[in-house]
Write a protein that binds this ligand. Sequence first.
Ligand code: ATP
Ligand code: MG
Length: 408
Amino acid sequence: MYKSFLIKYAEIGVKGKNRYLFEEALVKQIKYALKKTEGEFAVRRTDGRIYVDALSDFDFEETVESLKKVFGISGICPVVHVEDEGFEKLCEDVVRYIGDTYPDIRDSQSEASVVNPRSGFTTFKVAARRARKNYPLDSMQLNVELGGVILDAYPKMRVDVHKPDILLHVEIRDKIYLYSEIIPGPGGMPVGTGGKAMLLLSGGIDSPVAGWMIAKRGVKIDAVYFHAPPYTSERAKQKVVDLAKKVADYAGPVWLHVVNFTDIQLYIYDKCPHDELTIIMRRYMMRIAEQIAKETDCLGLITGESIGQVASQTMASLAATNEVCTMPVYRPLIGFDKMEIVDIAEKIDSYEISILPYEDCCTIFVAKHPVTKPNLNIIKRHEQNLQEGIDELVEKALSTKEVIVVQA
Ligand code: ATP
Ligand code: MG
């Protein structure tokens, strides 16, 4: 029944001379999302609108699911195309469209049942648009005439021009387009319009959600994972790759930098007080992530931290971790409770992967009683113990990192 989709996008960011950048990025992301969807599609921009046209048979549900993952889309309208074979034929097509799209309305006409339990009527409005100017009726005439035809066919319907239950769009083009349904999109901005940031991606629940939230604002995501073999297994690494894929479903391909962190971790374990281990380790993660971010043109770092969640995320701990970076560090979950984070993780389908019980490099060497109020001066003094060997170890970690391009 449906041959194309009209893509609605939020007004935000589309004004003025940057509009075409927004639209081009949106078209690119739509094409990327549809690449793995059954069927062939053309994505086109006409008259300040974006249409997705099906060029072959396609799976409606699957296509809608793919489009729901494209940031920047506020609504997805499935469109029916009918040939222009005169006004009589258009009237028949419109009546059939209403009956097919809203079977309840068609079925209710003959029975005593009603559609809108409050008033007994379903309200509608026709919004015609004559994009092809040689059509014999203008938009106003079309609204009136087609409204009359619908009232005749479905006596349980009423016109409401202010708040109709059904807003039927009729667009006169080379063909005639009919649509009335809007499936909500994810909102946000098209990925690529906001630069790029480096996500510190662990195997936990939080960091994939943090990446998703920043991607939603139009930011392309690369990621870094600190791996500690043999303390963390290949399966733990595969889990992170799988999580990166969940982010890539929305954000496009994710370049995942896998850094071998074992020697650095052992060295810190050897030289520093164990209750400060996590903080010092986190400071080295941030330093290394920032270095990779600078080399890859990222404009910021992203973490899944949230105030007070664990010892390393108290205000004092966050301050100590933050101190090593000059780049902005984005922490989109900073004020979220765990339950709120879990809700999003479930929505983006990362939760089931995150809760798989593989070891995490942060917990391997973790102290029984980690500091919750680290004193920055003391931390810095203890980091002096690392002076001899740490630069070389960081150098080695950077030069031996592995890059995995994770596709949706
Ligand atoms: P998550 O659920 O995302 O693992 P968490 O609650 O376990 O977070 P921490 O282990 O303290 O919290 O880590 C805080 C943040 O530091 C993570 O959200 C992530 O951004 C980053 N991080 C932690 N461990 C790693 C790692 N091994 N590789 C990359 N980033 C990491
Ligand atoms: Mg973690």
